[in-house]
Every structure is written in structure tokens, then in C-alpha cells.
Ligand binder design. Sequence first.
Ligand code: FAD
Length: 514
Amino acid sequence: MTKRIIIVGAGHNGLVCAAYLARAGREVLVLEANAQVGGAAVTRTFAPGYQVPAVAHLLYGFDPAIERELQLRQHGFTDAKSRVLTVALNPDGAPLVHDGREVVSGLSHAEDRQAFTDFMHKMRRLAALLKRQHGRTPPQLTWASWRDAWPLVRLALQMRLLGRADMRELLRMITMPMHDVLEESFAGDLLKGALAVDAVLGTKLGPRSGNTVLNFLHRYTGASAPRVPVGGMGAVSESLASAARAAGVQIRLGARVAAINIESGRATGVTLASGEVIAASTVVSGADPKTTFERLVGLQYLEAELARRIHHMRCEGTAAKLHVALRALPQFKGVDAALVGERLLIAPSALYVDEAFNPAKYGEYSTDPIVEISIPSIADPTLAPAGHHVLSAIVQYAPAHLNGGWEAQRAAFEARVLAVLERYAPGFGSHIVATELLTPADLETQFGLRGGHWHHGELTLDQYLTLRPVPGLGHYATPVQALYLCGAGCHPGGGVMGRAGRNAARVVLQGGVS
Ligand SMILES: Cc1cc2nc3c(=O)[nH]c(=O)nc-3n(C[C@H](O)[C@H](O)[C@H](O)COP(=O)(O)OP(=O)(O)OC[C@H]3O[C@@H](n4cnc5c(N)ncnc54)[C@H](O)[C@@H]3O)c2cc1C
């Protein structure tokens, strides 16, 4: 019988998982539907001569242990810019600039300076508790032995070690809406708007929704300021693929898996869309959980309650991507030229963010969306022709299930976003060479992200830790023998971090069962 392990999908988590399994001596074959590795962490050409990070564009929380252990620097991974500042654009004047630790400039209320430093310090201490869990398989809730109980006991101990004040703050805030936390902490609108973005980006939540503090903490489990890799986000994935191949992994591109084959309750391999059948002793899916079970496995192989949970798992994306090829750098109102290459935010207040969310609840896009802008060609000129630039913008809120469908409304939405950019950078339109809009529906079609969701499934307490992606699937192993999950839909969630892939590899090597 074959000992081959098949990994479905060469997203960054699939590649991380593959590399660790191969380094442990396993035979690994990665099957990727697309023509390039990386999933949502890719760099691609969207207009002749212009390349952008096609989905994810800033690197927040890539696990330094993975970077070190897989020797990614030797496989071509390097930073073009290592501490990207956040610049909250101001429609009426100077922007607010912060580095995730301190406000650099632009405060409207002096008292916010110390309040911000203290707040971020506290949030990083609380995020550190979550970060410690990120590298581990979530605790079991039922125990056959004290050994099974230890992860939960350790989590409780670590909470206790936060100290009385921080433990109380964590318990108080974890389910709170970010809006309320911001109101009790700060006075300035620009500051509150920028922090509200960090609590909602990639979710179908607004700042007044519960679980937004959790999302904020998830973001700050990574570095306080993001990075931009040379070659865009795709370069991270290429370095992972190179490390995986060096360890013996075989990667087949353009190999769409149509079905994960099950015999007598055990995964035995896959059938490709071409009809080719490939046998395996183990199958690890880096595709999102809904796709894995509803489309590749078939819900008939699951117990009814688990099938129902998967069906109802929330994974409607609201983030679109707009790429713009520019013949010159745009000038944003009040922004010094030295800051244009930083992370620019259009979210002038928490109220703006909240109002932007309202239409998405009812299947409409926001006409005044929040926008996160990166112009990676400033730090990495290889992405555009000489003197030209590429702008990469995450635009939220644009719900995947838009009333009336995206095809009828994509042109109007793009025009609306360009009008918002024009408002903040007068003359923007005159620099445009080409544009590309990727709606959440496009993200599903082109990158296989179900619902176009950033995390492969909403990151809320009911879909978190042991409960992620759904109760019964929280430990990478599944009820189907020899079938595992390794993507962002698992603990600890999305963002280009690699931790789900690394944790899953460990569970596969230990022969974990659900
Ligand atoms: C608009 C948007 C912007 C984002 N921006 C950022 C950002 O700036 N920074 C950040 O850190 N994160 C960002 N994210 C989140 C981040 O991109 C994802 O969480 C992360 O890339 C998920 O990685 P993954 O490896 O788990 O899954 P994926 O990247 O989704 O990889 C899954 C892979 O499986 C493949 N696949 C699926 N089905 C099959 C099949 N049947 N057969 C073969 N292959 C298959 C897919 O093609 C894909 O390559 C963003 C997400 C979105 C939607």
C-alpha cells in the first residue's frame, strides 16, 4: 500500500504542512488547482508589466519559527520594507500616523498619545496569550486521561499568569464590540477609525458587533507593524514551495481535485478533475472546510449533526480587492511624499466604519467603504515599469452574496471606489493605466476561497480554538480516518501565518484522530 500523503491545495498553509511532513521523511504530493503556488498569497500580473499581491498584500503575523526552521531566507524570502506605518487619511487635513506602538504624528487630542501607547501595550499582552495557543493543537474538551486534560489546564494557568488586572480585562473585553472599547479609551475620530479597521478587516462584522475585540487581538498576535516582502506576497509562497521541494515534496500545478476518495470510512486518495485517480495513505486538505466536506468529500460521510454544522458555518466574505496600474504616484491630501508607501487607511472615524458596514448586513455594498491601500512598487520597483506604480487596495464592505449579483454591479462598485480614492487623492483618475476589481465572488472562483472569506470562515468565539472550524473538527483530524485539515479554516485562523499548516503536520505525524 502507498505511503504517499496528498495535500489538497498549495496555499501557504498547504506548503508549510507539506514541507514539515517531507522533512520528517514522508512522501508528499501537493495538488494545486491553480497555475501557481500560494493560494491567496500570490503575486500576479494584472495588466502588462504590472504585478500586484493579488489577494493578501501585507505580512502581519508570519510565524518566525517557520521562517527559521524552513530557512526561508535561503529560499529567497526577504523584506522590501520591514515596519510599515499606518497612515489614517484625513479628508480635511493632516493624517494620523502610528506604528502599532506609538502615535507618530497627527493627533487631534493630546490625551490620546499616552492612552494609545498604554492601550496597545495592554492589547499586545492579551494577544500574547492567544499567540501562545496559535502554535498548539487546541485543548480537548473531553478527556480520556490527564494527558488529554493538560492543554486546557495549561491554558487556564496561562490566563491566571496574565495577572489579576489583565485576566479581568481579557474576560471583560473578549466579547465586547470594539466600538465600545474605543469609546472608553480614546477621544480622536481618526485614531478610533484606524483601530476599528483592525477589528473588522476580513470579517462580516462592524465595530458595534461582538467578537471584534477578538479579531483585533488576532491581528496583533503578529508583529505590531506589517512587512512587505520583495516580490510581493507571492514571494513568501514561492520561498515555501522552494523549501518544500528541497525537502522532497512534489508539487503539481493545474491539478484540481474533484473528489477525496473514501472507502470504509477512510480516505484512500483523490480523483482529479481530469479523471486521474491518485492513491494515498493520508489526505490533508488545505481547501476551506466547507469546500472540503461539501464538495470534495460529500456530507454523506459525516454524522448528520456535523454535516449540519459545516453547512451553517459562517463564511461570507466582505472584502474585495482593487488593483490600479498608475503612470505616476498619486498625491494623497495632507500626506507627505515619504509616507505614501506606508499602509494608508480610509476610515476617518469608527462611525464611518460602522455606517460602511450597515449595507453589507442586507446584501448591499457600501458606497463609502473602508479602504486599506498599499503601493508596494515604492519599496519594490520590480512590480511596475520604471516610474510607474501599482496600488493594491482592500475594499470593505462588499458582501459575497450581493443582492442582484456582482456581474450587474461590479462596474458601479468600482466607479464608486475610484471616486472615494479621488476624494482623498485629487487627480488620482488621471494617473490610471489599468484596473482590476476582484469581488468576493471572484475570489471564490479564482482562488477557491469559499465566500471569498479572508479566514476561510468567520473568526468569532463560536468558531474559535477548539470550536474551529466547527465543533467536532477542532484538532485538524476529522471523523474520516486519514483525512486532515490544514488551512485557515482551522485553528488559529487566517492571515498569512503558516501556523495551521505547521500544527496540522504535527498532528498527522502523531497519527491524530478526531
Ligand atoms: C481580500 C483579502 C485580503 C487579504 N489580505 C491579507 C493581508 O494583507 N495579510 C494577510 O496576512 N492576510 C490577508 N488575507 C487573508 C489570507 O490571504 C488568507 O487567510 C490566507 O492566504 C489563507 O491561506 P491558506 O493557505 O490557509 O489558504 P488559501 O490561500 O486559500 O489556499 C488554499 C489553496 O487550495 C487550493 N484549492 C482549493 N480547492 C482545491 C481543489 N479542489 N483542488 C486543488 N486545489 C484546491 C486553492 O487554489 C488554494 O491555492 C486576505 C484575504 C482576503 C480575502
